[in-house]
Design a protein around this ligand. Structure first.
Ligand SMILES: [Mg+2]
Length: 258
């Protein structure tokens, strides 16, 4: 039996529209005895809301099986004064962090979403405030550094662009809390008590999911859904162990390849 880390956005749904076969695949993987953990870079909703959304698609999971970046931030930044540029819906997840408007010890950049709230959070004023804090010595953290994500209307600019902009302006390097960071993958392996060499990462992001998991010694399966792009595979920088058309194929594929 394997430990399997499952990405969520682009694997089970795109913009909340389910990708066919996800619920059945999870049922079959569990029936086969695999240990599952859902690992998402989603920064838009609280964990309980994300888990509820997946259950509404028929996917069986407990809240505790879903690993999210805001909770990773809460663990990493507990007790510190933080200027947070994040979507409002996840602020409740940042338990134990003192959220401040000035004199911060750290700046935390979250991800963008599909609503006008993104315009407010990543306004010039807010980015200039973040820059000011970084200039004053605050450390830069981000929930992830993704360049873009896939929506039902096509690719949308993600918050990685703002993280890179702040890194450039303040001449600092951000600490990434979500995939592909070591801390995030290690937390997932620890939760499953899994050895990286016996663990599979399944995702649609060739860099954060596949490249990230490979550099931590895991095996990988890329799905051709969500943000999958044939060009990225053909470029050959990152080679997954398997490529499947969607999550629906995963149980059969693993049966043949484990
Ligand atoms: Mg994804």
């Amino acid at each position: 039996m394997a430990a399997i880390l499952l990405d969520v956005d682009g694997v089970f749904h795109v913009s909340s529209e389910p990708i066919g076969g996800g619920a059945d695949a999870v049922r079959r993987l569990r029936a086969a005895g695999h240990r599952l953990r859902f690992v998402t870079n989603n920064t838009i909703r609280a964990r309980s809301a994300l888990a509820e959304e997946l259950r509404s698609m028929g996917i069986e999971l407990d809240d505790e099986e879903l690993q999210t970046t805001p909770r990773a931030a809460a663990a990493a930044l507990a007790g510190r004064r933080v200027l947070a540029l994040t979507m409002h819906a996840i602020v409740g997840e940042l338990e134990g962090i003192e959220l401040v408007g000035e004199d911060a010890e750290a700046v935390l950049v979250g991800g963008a979403d599909e609503t006008p709230e993104t315009n407010l959070v990543f306004s010039y004023m807010n980015l200039a405030r973040a820059f000011h804090e970084l200039e004053g010595g605050a450390q830069l953290y981000c929930l992830h550094k993704n360049r873009w994500w896939q929506t039902k209307h096509g690719p949308l600019l993600d918050a990685g662009a703002f993280v890179a902009g702040l890194e450039y302006a303040a001449d600092v390097e951000a600490i990434v809390l979500g995939k592909p960071s070591t801390a995030y993958f290690e937390a997932a392996l620890q939760a499953l008590d899994a050895d990286p060499g016996l663990t599979w990462m399944v995702g649609d992001d060739i860099d954060a999911d596949i490249g990230g998991a490979q550099s931590h010694g895991m095996k990988t399966v890329l799905v051709r859904t969500g943000k999958f792009r044939p060009d990225a595979v053909e470029a050959g920088r990152v080679r997954p162990d398997g490529i499947i058309s969607s999550i629906a194929q995963l149980p059969d594929w693993l049966e043949e390849h484990l």
